[in-house]
Design a protein around this ligand. Structure first.
Ligand code: GDP
Ligand code: IMO
Ligand code: MG
Length: 431
């Protein structure tokens, strides 16, 4: 009964969507089809790019297994759902010919309302120079309401009495907060009508996802848990406060999906062959020079959700060790190897020099990373194209060497190497 978590090992945008699409469509050496894919946290702050025979898609809420018609795709209980955003995404997928009768939305997931997005923007402005650089998708305010027990859940869209009652209780508090921040109040009747519209549109998809998930596990089906973002932006373990408001690490997978802890059998860490981040906060290996610009240009490193240029830098093995520890990777996928094809020299950060001069190889509290200096080792580049490689033997010796070092430093075996955005551009590493 394999339950496989696929999670980001860095600052997000590692290629999780690409990996989930590949595994769901091909089974990717898992030796069995993937029956269920569950997004277990986050909301439409995610931008998961999938390139397959149907085209190129930027998924924000819909799980990346959606292109495999027999794979049940669940927006899980741990997620927050902006109904407008979901409907736009569903319309685009319908237009591409998908029936979407394999899509399910947990009735327990929380709703992101327009006022959450408004508050997100106002709070960012109020932070001024200390802004987090959020995606502006209302993620923090939605999770804040959830934790404060003022939130509404997707299932409430189907229950007009409860909906009105919950909105009537929550809105005065929300409007007071918005007023303090200088925003516009939300009107109860208008929002209630809007919710009822959303409910009518989403009703076929809203479900108690637990029986579906439980049935899949009990029938020994293969389940993938699709993470959003990466460990370095985890609410508890990232560089607080430059984090998201949920837990992208694999241990949250069972919570957000509705599975017992012991059900998870594998954790696949998705590792970009270098690092990128969008938004503020420390990024020790950031390259503010021509090399950083080259990585951005060749890797097309622009946010899938906001279009912002991503900050780029060398691979950070201290962060990978931290990611492996917190997630318990059983294997990793290294993505975007092809982006390094033209680099004569490739660096890996293997330690941090602290302000005291001491060099550490274990992650300190990431909130202190603004004051560390990366210590690098250097590897020769391969200076030839890797995007046609489909077997380990097809990769140049220097690339194999670089990957071997990543494996050694991360402490988890490489299961796959991605050499292009398209589904088939994958090397399955056989041992
Ligand atoms: P996610 O948020 O982790 O799903 O990643 P994103 O989709 O935000 O960012 C990854 C970007 O890299 C997307 O534009 C993908 O199409 C692209 N991509 C994924 N894997 C590869 C790869 O191996 N090589 C190249 N060149 N691009 C890739
Ligand atoms: P995927 O799933 C990269 C970043 C934002 C900001 C911080 C908090 O595509 O990897 P939020 O909107 O969550 O309150 O913003 O987290 N961020 C992401 N960065 N990829 C993402 O998702 C992100 N989702 C949020 O830039 O720094
Ligand atoms: Mg992304």
């Amino acid at each position: 009964m394999p339950v496989i978590a696929v999670v980001g090992a860095q600052w997000g945008d590692e290629g999780k969507g690409r990996v989930v699409d590949y595994l769901a469509a091909t089974g990717g050496e898992l030796d069995r089809p993937v029956d269920v894919v569950i997004r277990f946290q986050g909301g439409d702050n995610a931008g998961h790019t999938v390139v397959n025979p149907l085209g190129e898609f930027k998924l924000h809420l819909v799980p990346s297994g959606i292109f495999s018609p027999t794979t049940h795709c669940v927006i899980g209980t741990g997620c927050v759902v902006n109904p407008d955003s979901l409907i736009v995404e569903m319309d685009a997928l319908h237009a591409a010919g998908l029936a979407l009768n394999n899509l399910f939305v947990s009735s327990r997931a929380h709703i992101t309302f327009p006022h959450h997005c408004q508050i997100d923007g106002l709070e960012e402005s109020a932070r001024g120079a200390k802004a987090i650089g959020t995606t502006g998708r209302g993620i923090g305010p939605t999770y804040a309401d959830k934790a404060a027990r003022w939130g509404l859940r997707v299932g409430d869209l189907l229950n007009p009495d409860r909906l009105r009652q919950r909105l009537a209780a929550a809105l005065p508090r929300t409007n007071r907060a918005v007023d303090i921040l200088g925003g516009l109040p939300t009107e109860l009747d208008a929002l209630t009508d809007q919710c009822l519209d959303w409910g009518r549109r989403l009703q076929p998809y809203i479900t108690d996802s637990l029986p579906l998930v439980r049935d899949a596990l009990e029938r020994d089906r293969t389940i993938l848990l699709e993470g959003q973002l990466g460990v370095m932006r985890d609410l508890d373990w990232g560089a607080y406060p430059y984090v998201t408001s949920s837990n992208p690490i694999a241990s949250y997978g069972p919570v957000g999906a509705g599975l017992p802890l012991q059900a998870v059998t594998q954790v696949i860490g998705v590792v970009k062959a270098y690092v990128t981040a969008v938004g503020a906060g420390p990024l020790p290996t950031e390259l503010n020079d021509q090399m950083g610009d080259d990585l951005r240009r060749v890797g097309n490193e622009y946010g899938a959700t906001t279009g912002r240029p991503r900050r780029c830098g060398w691979l950070d093995a201290v962060a990978l060790d931290y990611a492996r520890w917190l997630n318990g990777f059983t294997s990793i996928v290294v993505t975007k190897l092809d982006v390094l094809d033209g680099m004569p020299e490739i660096r890996i950060c293997t330690g941090y020099r602290l302000p005291s001069g001491q060099i550490v190889t274990r992650m300190p509290d990431p909130a202190t990373l603004g004051s560390v200096e990366p210590e690098y080792e250097s590897w020769p580049g391969w200076l030839c194209a890797t995007n046609q490689a489909r077997r380990w033997e097809d990769l140049p010796g220097e690339a194999q060497q670089y990957l071997g070092r990543i494996e050694e430093l991360t402490g988890a075996p490489i299961g796959w190497v991605s050499v292009g955005p398209a589904r088939e551009a994958m090397v399955a590493v056989k041992r």
